[in-house]
Design a protein around this ligand. Structure first.
Ligand code: ADP
Ligand code: MG
Length: 344
């Protein structure tokens, strides 16, 4: 197992900075997602770790060993791309065993390792198929088996699921997670899809424009987003400006009580509460913040109802149950539970 450390890793193209002084510590055996919108520097980061692209400055190390000037083939990192290419003229077993044949391992060892790896990706019995006889998901699993069979120190996956349809993508996420848990290979997984990162990863590194926004377990991006854009990327657009004094924030919607242990200083803040954490009028649930709101939209979505409400001059999204009968124009009190309020 291998710990991967990036220290002030930077890549410029001409005058443009694709990755800006990125420092990350990927603990041995963890699965870390590099997340962010298209063009934020995810692939550039992965390619530098793989040794396919030189860094402009900064350091990459595996288990304390500096990798920055070690050639790709001696790093022990394997990379799997979105548009993986299986060798079309080889069978599944030959594709998976390719790296082992290059290393001149003996035939019985190769057969055993290939069989074990195909079993891990649920493809036992497909040894003699050709790539054109596989579905997209099966081909992707062969590509994963081919990457893993050589026993890499580090597995690098660049948007491996973005060409698959939604159902298959979900199956593959769970498979990648399961195989990772079984083998414990330190893995960096690039995706632009926040729900994918949440499902697959132990930790997420969120990048915007080559700059790290937050590096934390998935839960923190919902409960404790580092800044407004991070909260928005994770589906929370509810913000209300206010002035914090200890355990209170004065806002246009009144004084809100907050958990005094929340980090940050007194002064100007943005109060935020996730749409699913806001409560509608009903039996008192012991929340201390009742805030007047006016419903401006009500959108029935089957599993729930999305309300747009005006709170202190700001437009907030609230997720209510499917049976919610509130209509535009109604004035209500919403509850913002103290434990659910975060300030930025
Ligand atoms: P992502 O994988 O997050 O979509 P990339 O790492 O591919 O983003 O790209 C990051 C930035 O670097 C983008 O602005 C992209 O246009 C730029 N970039 C990537 N490769 C090159 C290149 N070979 N030459 C110039 N600019 C590049
Ligand atoms: Mg990319």
């Amino acid at each position: 197992m291998t710990e991967v450390v990036l220290d002030q890793l930077t890549r410029r193209y001409g005058g443009d900075t694709a990755v800006n002084a990125l420092s990350l510590n990927v603990p041995s055996g963890e699965l870390v997602a590099l997340l962010g919108p298209s063009g934020c520097g995810k692939s550039t980061t992965l390619r530098m770790i793989a040794g396919l692209l030189p860094a402009t400055s900064g350091e990459i190390s595996f288990d304390g060993e500096r990798m920055t000037s070690v050639p790709a083939e001696r790093r022990g990192a394997v990379m799997m791309f979105q548009n993986h290419r299986l060798f079309p003229h080889m069978t599944v077993a030959e594709n998976v065993g390719f790296g082992l044949r290059m290393r001149r391992e003996d035939r019985s060892t190769i057969r055993r390792k290939v069989g074990e790896m195909l079993a891990r990706v649920d493809l036992t019995g497909y040894e003699n198929r050709r790539p054109d006889q596989l579905s997209g998901g099966q081909a992707q699993r062969v590509a994963l088996a081919r990457a893993l069979v050589v026993g890499p120190r580090v597995l690098l996956l660049d948007e491996p699921l973005s060409n698959l349809d939604a159902n298959l993508r979900h199956e593959m996420r769970l498979l990648i997670r399961r195989v990772h848990d079984e083998l414990g290979i330190t893995t960096l997984f690039v995706t632009h899809d926040q729900s994918e990162a949440v499902i697959v990863a132990d930790r997420i590194a969120l990048l915007f424009g080559g700059n790290l926004q937050q590096y934390a377990p998935p839960r923190d991006f919902f409960r404790r987003p580092a800044n407004e854009s991070t909260a928005r990327f994770f589906g929370c657009d509810n913000f209300l400006p206010g002035v914090r004094r200890g355990a209170q924030v004065e806002t246009a919607a009144g004084v809100l009580h907050i958990d005094p242990s929340l980090p940050g200083n007194d002064g100007d803040v943005l109060v935020t509460v996730r749409p699913e954490a806001i409560r509608l009028p009903g039996p008192d649930q012991g929340c201390e913040n009742h805030v007047p709101a006016e419903v401006t939209e009500s959108i029935y979505q089957g599993v729930n109802t999305e309300l747009i409400v005006q709170i202190g001059g700001a437009s907030w999204r609230v997720l209510a149950g499917p049976e919610c009968a509130l209509r535009p124009g109604e004035r209500i009190d919403v509850s913002l539970p103290i434990g659910q309020i975060w300030v930025i």
